[in-house]
Write a protein of this length. Structure first.
Length: 245
């Protein structure tokens, strides 16, 4: 039998991040799929949420750079939760060691992604930091009004500028970990996918914001449910939008 030609079998082409446009109503379906994944294994998901929140809370509580460490750890937690979503979508129960998926491969790329997220968050915080530092020691009524007006304008600026950052980082951890994309390419692909599907994300994001208000009113306990539901919705959106994943 003749030997196979050199270079065979051919390696699959690298993932390019190509995405498609979905209907605005897809935002409802993503949340529905997230709820279905949670409802299949609620106890397992509550444990996953509690572990993620504990890790992020412990990192944020460290003196000095705690918040920065929590932001750097966020892509790792996101990949772990998405790996659990992949397992649940196959009809298998999520496992706690799914959260270690991000540490088994692509650690350096996810760390660079986390550092970029931390830097972006620090830049967004600068207007508020400057406003607080510039606050006078004592307020008259007029000074208080001017300072409060500037503070609200800074908050609006942060909200507007945080949208591109959120779009860039929305799918980037999944693209880096599961499709082995470079961090910068993953950020661009994620931003482009979110921008072309802004209507679906407006629907999904609005519903998640309302659910987050309910979670806050439950003394934060609702986030133990909301986090896996949101991750399930993100997993559904990732599978729905990106071609060939």
């Amino acid at each position: 039998m003749a030997a196979a030609p050199s270079g065979f079998p051919l390696a699959p082409p690298p993932f390019t991040g190509r995405s498609r446009v979905v209907e605005p109503g897809a935002g409802f379906d993503w949340l529905r799929q997230g709820w279905v994944l949670f409802g299949a294994y609620p106890g397992r998901w509550l444990g996953q949420s509690l572990l993620c929140l504990s890790v992020l809370g412990l990192a944020a509580s460290l003196p000095g750079l705690g918040v920065g460490l929590a932001l750097c750890a966020l892509p790792f937690c996101c990949v772990g939760m998405l790996a659990a979503c992949q397992r649940a979508a196959r009809g298998e129960a999520p496992r706690l060691d799914d959260l270690l998926t991000s540490w088994r491969a692509r650690r350096a790329a996810l760390m660079r992604l986390g550092l970029g997220f931390c830097l972006g968050g620090a830049l967004l915080a600068l207007p508020h930091a400057w406003r607080v530092a510039a606050a006078p020691a004592a307020f008259g009524l007029a000074e208080l009004g001017r300072w409060l007006g500037g503070f609200l304008l800074d908050a609006l600026l942060v909200v507007v500028l945080s949208l591109p950052l959120a779009m860039a980082f929305c799918f980037a951890p999944a693209l880096v970990a599961f499709q082995r994309m470079a961090p910068w390419a993953a950020l661009k692909a994620s931003g482009a996918a979110c921008l072309k599907n802004w209507r679906a994300f407006l629907v999904c994001g609005g519903l998640l914001a309302m659910l987050a208000c309910v979670a806050v009113l439950s003394l934060g306990l609702g986030f133990l449910v909301l986090i896996p539901v949101a991750c399930g919705a993100l997993h559904a959106a990732y599978r729905d939008i990106f071609v060939g994943v």
